[in-house]
Design a binder for this molecule. Structure first.
Ligand SMILES: [Zn+2]
Length: 192
């Protein structure tokens, strides 16, 4: 990606916000981990947070679905991140869609402190609607990267998370059994 060399070679302490978004199975967490690992190699101090609601995997790791992992701290509230991120250069936040709107001002504050803030999350819910607070974060970010899955029905690029069960609950954890990545056409064809 074109912008990355300028991000990672910057020597000033100007903060910025990056958003990595996409559907389930699109590799958001892998992309977050890739950026954080590169910052670590450059001896930048990196911290990773995720909402404590996401307990699918190991408590203290950000675990992507291909098992690349980095130790992370689960937090109950977005503002906890302000308390725990002092002294670090890069703040990674995963599963951002599970935070409330507070995460927007938290990201702003961190960036104004000179930190590079990288947020990864679902941009749409299972009904294909924008998943707050992601739209707000995408609006205020310097860089937005949308990553794609492969449609499990037709093999095209997929941007939607199709829920196989009838549940209307917005937050439903547990993945592979309950969801399929779908392209727009296959998502709306089968949507209930
Ligand atoms: Zn499709």
């Amino acid at each position: 990606m074109i912008f990355e060399s300028s991000i990672e070679s910057r020597k000033d302490k100007k903060g910025q916000i990056e958003v990595i978004c996409g559907s389930m199975f699109s590799g958001k967490t892998e992309e977050l981990i890739r950026r954080l690992n590169r910052a670590k190699i450059a001896r930048q101090k990196v911290e990773i947070f995720k909402p404590s609601i996401d307990k699918r995997y190991h408590e203290e790791d950000v675990v992507s679905h291909n098992d690349t992992s980095i130790r992370s701290s689960p937090v109950n509230f977005a503002e906890d991140i302000l308390l725990w991120s002092g002294g670090c250069d890069v703040v990674g936040i995963d599963e951002v869609q599970f935070f409330d709107d507070q995460i927007v001002s938290v990201a702003q504050k961190l960036a104004l402190q000179g930190k590079r803030v990288i947020l990864a999350g679902l941009d749409m819910d299972f009904e294909g609607q924008p998943f707050e607070p992601m739209p707000k974060l995408m609006a205020i970010a310097e860089y937005v990267t949308k990553v794609h899955a492969i449609c499990m029905k037709c093999g095209d690029l997929a941007a939607f998370s199709f829920r196989l069960s009838d549940s209307k609950q917005k937050v439903m954890l547990g993945e592979k059994e309950s969801y399929e990545a779908r392209c727009r056409k296959c998502f709306y064809e089968d949507k209930k």
